[in-house]
Design a binder for this molecule. Structure first.
Ligand SMILES: Cc1cc2nc3c(=O)[nH]c(=O)nc-3n(C[C@H](O)[C@H](O)[C@H](O)COP(=O)(O)OP(=O)(O)OC[C@H]3O[C@@H](n4cnc5c(N)ncnc54)[C@H](O)[C@@H]3O)c2cc1C
Length: 386
């Protein structure tokens, strides 16, 4: 437990997602009083899995959420990318000696673990509470007009952040013309050959991809990725005949897709600056990225803890926020840029993609660049090994 240092400090946070809850937990553990405002009427998240790499696991340890977050998690032995004939193009080493760690968990489990730490540390979480803006002098403005004063306001209200936009901080939002339908289904032994069952596998065919992800002993997380103008492929309920046609060797799996699923388009968001006065912008609100490195949530976790470390016992919150951005932003931008570059291969012909990935897979330097975020020791986690 971190000793309470600045008693009397108060934070108001918009958004009870990964970023907002992590910041709330980390600030509360530093002696701050914290109120989180969530627009939705419950704290439940939608049914999907999430990849958490070593960097994110360290943050979960540092905020005290690790044990509950990883209950029942899946630890895959390999990450494969496969071409349109189901041949392996690249194998990414994970979870072996000297490799980055990677676990997959249910989003629900992750959110519940963070909510648990928040509650244990006295954070007040209000649902049905929508933020509509903020004042740079330390005010969160709620729908209905109520204004809540704080030493620190955090806009962790996702890609369409009202807090960010009220302060005119947006540099750009770039839509990438690609996205994914995500769903959870029960695991079945007949989906893939026995040697593939516990692996993470990304199957490519043309501009479509299927990501196969065991997320617990019983849950399979599937992401169906396609261009934003591929109207039949992005329809929910999923067009099973269309997806079987693209991935005939996954016919058993596709046949089991149900009616549920959620489509999200990928984008990159960059801000002019991550804070204004006493208001910080965090997570997807500040730095959305496509999920090709599985690090959007990882960056939200790292920057939330980094923010709490920066302001924890600072005398000058505004100056501390400048220091936070200077320290955390370079790695986040590297992660955004690398993710965006990796996404360009979705649009390549199959044979070009196969040839490039086979070469990339042999390049140690490129492999290290790709793993830089996963291997990073985030601010505030130096004492925690994973
Ligand atoms: C297809 C896909 C796959 C992904 N896979 C991974 C992965 O494997 N690993 C990984 O690390 N990342 C992954 N990501 C990225 C990750 O999901 C996000 O980066 C992460 O959820 C961002 O967390 P956040 O708290 O910033 O935002 P969000 O999760 O969007 O949370 C924002 C919260 O704010 C609430 N809210 C919104 N507006 C308001 C308002 N005005 N007032 C109050 N509350 C409000 C919302 O209801 C929500 O609860 C993926 C993303 C996509 C699209």
């Amino acid at each position: 437990m971190i000793a309470a240092r600045k008693a009397g400090r108060h934070a108001e946070i918009a958004g009870a997602g990964i970023g907002g809850l992590t910041a709330a937990a980390a600030l509360a553990r530093r002696g701050w009083s914290v109120t989180v405002h969530e627009r939705a009427s419950t704290l439940r998240t939608f049914g999907a899995g999430i990849y958490i790499w070593s960097n994110g696991l360290r943050v979960l340890k540092a905020v005290g959420a690790y044990d509950k977050a990883t209950v029942g998690a899946h630890v895959g032995p390999r990450f494969h990318t496969r071409d349109h004939t189901n041949a392996t193009m690249e194998e990414i080493p994970i979870n072996g000696p000297g490799d980055a760690r990677l676990v997959t968990i249910l989003r629900e489990t992750l959110i519940n673990s963070l909510v648990g730490v928040c509650r244990e540390n006295g954070v007040e979480i209000r649902v049905d509470s929508e933020a509509v803006g903020a004042g740079a002098d330390g005010e969160l403005i709620l729908a209905g007009g109520m204004r809540r004063k704080a030493d620190l306001v955090i806009g962790a209200d996702g890609i369409n952040s009202a807090v960010r936009d009220s302060l005119d901080l947006l540099l750009y939002r770039k839509h990438l013309g690609y996205g994914a339908i995500r769903m959870l289904i029960p695991r079945s032994n007949d989906d893939v050959p026995v040697e593939d069952r516990d692996r993470y596998i990304e199957y490519f065919t043309g501009t479509r991809r299927i990501l196969y992800t065991p997320a617990s002993a019983t849950d399979l997380y599937v992401a169906l990725c396609c261009r934003s103008d591929d109207a039949r492929a992005l329809a929910v309920p999923v067009d099973r005949a269309l997806w079987t046609g693209s991935f005939p060797y996954l016919a058993n799996l596709v046949a089991r897709f149900g009616e549920a699923g959620r489509w999200d388009a990928f984008e990159v968001t960059k801000l002019r600056q991550w804070s204004k006065g006493r208001v910080a912008i965090l997570g997807d609100a500040a730095h959305a990225m496509p999920p090709y490195l599985g690090q959007g949530g990882g960056c939200a976790l790292m920057n939330a803890l980094g923010l709490a470390v920066a302001v924890g016992d600072a005398d000058d919150v505004e100056k501390a926020l400048d220091g936070w951005e200077a320290r955390e932003r370079p790695l986040t931008e590297h992660t955004q840029d690398t993710s965006e570059n990796l996404g360009s291969m979705n649009f390549w012909p199959d044979d070009v993609r196969s040839a490039v990935l086979k070469i990339v897979g042999k390049s140690r330097q490129l492999g290290e660049e790709r793993m830089r975020t996963a291997r990073h020791v985030p601010t505030g986690t130096e004492a925690f090994a994973v």
